[in-house]
Structure formats: C-alpha cells, structure tokens
Design a protein around this ligand. Structure first.
Ligand code: DGY
Length: 347
C-alpha cells in the first residue's frame, strides 16, 4: 500500500481476464494482482497478503494458519473462485471470524455438460479412436463391423432400459440427469451422504418430471452393481476418500462406464486402472484425477486406452468462468466492506 493510502487492500491470486475491470475500475480498494500467467507463488502470496482485507484464491491456493498469520488481523474475507473449498481450513476461518465466499450454482450447467460428454466419449472409445486419427493411422485402419464399438448410452428397441447412477445427488447430478433423460434413460439410482435425510418428496417429483420407471436412493453396493453409467459427483475430502475402490469397481457391470467430474480423491486411481485393464468395467471419463496436475503420460490411468482424461475443465466455458469470476469478486467486495456476499459459506 502506498503511504497514506487508506483503501482496503485485496490480493488476487490470478488474473481474472475479462472480469478484471470489475476490480480495477473500483476506486475504493487497492488491488494487488499476482503478475504472472501461472499459479500464484506461495512466497509472493505470503509477502503480499500482509495487511490485506481480502484475498481471492483458486483451488491450488491453500488457505491455512500460515497464510492467516502472514495476513495479520486485517483479513476479513477469503473468496475462492470455485465451488469446492477443501483448500480452505474452514474451522480456522470460523475461529478467526473470517468470512468465506465461493461460487456454487453458476458452474452447475457447464459441469453437467462435461459429465455427459465424458460418458459418451468413454463409452464410444473416443480415446483410442481419436488417437488413431491424430496419429495419422486412419489410412491403415482396417474397418470391421465391431471395431471401436462400445456400450450405447441411449436406449434402443433391442435394449430398452438404461440405469444411470450418481454417487452424490446434488445440483450437478440433477442437472446431469436432466440432460440424460432425452437419451431414454429409464432408471436413476443414487447414493448420498449418510448424514443427509432421504428427500422422498423431491425424488417423487423428479421421477414424475422425467417420467422415469424408478428414481431411488440406494446403498453403495447397489449403486455399483446396477449402474450402466456411474457419475461421481460427491464432494472430496476425508469422508469420500477412495469411496470408489477395488471392491466397488469389482461389483460394477463389465459394460459400465465411470465418470468423475468431482474430485480425484473419491476414486482410487490404481484400482481404476486395474479395473480397466482387467475389464471389470468398460471405460472411464475423468475430469479429475488424484494428484492432479501431476498426471504424466506414464500415469497408470493415462496409459489405459479406455480412459478418457481431460485436465479439470468442468467449468471451463466463457460464460461460466465469467460468472464464477464475477461472483468471486462480488463475494470479495462484500466481505471487505462488511456487506452481503452473494454466496457465503456458512453465512
Ligand atoms: C470447482 O469450482 O470446485 C471446480 O472443481 C472447478 O471447475
């Protein structure tokens, strides 16, 4: 802060592109922006957060005691441009009375779109088929009636039922279901947190709206056994760590497809690689992998031809990222000035 500048300082851990004028055009705050086009360096953040009233972080920026110590007592708000907040020590925030903003809702549709895309890509051998063309091998490709065939997501006259399963049945799962109904999906099953009470009224309404033969909350064993396509859409963290493990994958159908657009830690990568290699399941579509971004081409999942992996781009549309950035900025400003934050955790 320049001497005599009494405007509250906010630290922004990444250039927010077209949303930056929403911050830069304000005359009532001092904006300190990480100047490079890569993840914010911890040392820079620790240095610059001193005396800040607010900080806008992203998933890789850990918000813990070290960061709060560096900030000092001036820090009033942490705003994350993400719906996930496992990088923020929430009990500590409550203890220090620091408000926390996040960006739910605005990314629901984009992540649901990508979930369906990955289900289709994984089922239809997109990894191997796309690689064949990119590698220039189409001219050598010997077409035959069943090469590159995979399980069909939509129902057909000869295969008139299809069950989709959801591990976690929140906003994104329900938006994904909505997209799948026109594919002729007949049954929907899901498992939720054991702490959440069943919502039978909601389920009955959803079942009627989508004219499904069944929509049912089931235990995790049935979820594994009955899903033709299983979408992992539960938050990360200790409670859901490796919920999809070897025992779970062993129960799945040989033609089933697993999609994870939530958090890599929910799925045991080694077990999934084994399941794909040994054909316990048909394929996998992943937007997230445990240990990301350190997923090189030698990672066991990257080597599996029936595993389609994209680098955590679930919310990466122009519209959604702009909405997320706007909400993160609005949360930050609300927290700094002690006014309403559009999406406050525990607020
Ligand atoms: C989030 O916001 O938590 C998503 O994982 C980012 O796409």
């Amino acid at each position: 802060m320049s001497s005599g500048d009494v405007r509250p300082k906010v630290v922004i851990c990444r250039d927010l592109g077209p949303a930056m004028p929403l911050l830069m055009d304000r005359t009532d705050i001092e904006v300190v922006l990480w100047p490079e086009n890569r993840g914010c360096e911890r040392a820079w953040l620790l240095e610059n957060i001193k005396g800040a009233a607010g900080v806008l972080v992203l998933l890789p920026d850990t918000v813990n005691a070290e960061l709060l110590e560096a900030a000092g007592p001036s820090l009033r708000v942490v705003s994350t441009m993400s719906v996930g907040y496992e990088h923020i020590d929430m009990p500590l925030m409550a203890q220090r009375k620091i408000r926390v903003g996040y960006t739910p809702d605005v990314l629901t549709e984009a992540v649901a779109d990508l979930s369906v895309m990955l289900a289709l890509m994984a089922g239809r051998n997109d990894g191997a088929a796309y690689t064949l063309v990119k590698d220039g091998d189409w001219p050598k490709f010997n077409w035959s009636p069943f090469t590159f065939c995979g399980p069909q997501l939509s129902t057909t006259a000869s295969s008139p039922t299809r069950t989709v399963g959801f591990l976690g049945f929140g906003r994104i799962a329900q938006a994904t279901l909505t997209r799948l109904v026109p594919f002729g999906i007949t049954h929907c099953i899901y498992s939720g947190s054991p702490r959440a009470a069943p919502d039978t009224a909601r389920d009955a309404a959803l079942r009627a709206k989508h004219t499904l033969a069944a929509l049912e909350r089931v235990d995790i064993d049935r979820l594994a056994r009955e899903s033709d396509v299983l979408f992992v859409l539960t938050p990360g963290g200790d409670e859901t760590y490796h919920l999809v493990d070897a025992a779970f994958l062993r129960k799945m159908k040989p033609l089933s497809v697993l999609v994870n657009t939530s958090r890599g830690t929910v799925v045991d990568s080694d077990a999934l690689a084994t399941a794909l290699r040994e054909k316990w399941i048909w394929g996998a579509g992943l937007d997230v992998v445990e240990g990301e971004p350190k997923i090189g081409k030698d990672h066991p999942l990257a080597k599996e031809p029936r595993c389609v992996i994209v680098p955590h781009i679930g919310s990466a549309t122009f519209q959604t990222r702009m909405d997320m950035a706007t909400r993160a900025i609005d949360n930050l400003v609300g927290g700094v000035f002690g006014t309403e934050m559009p999406a406050e955790l525990g607020g």
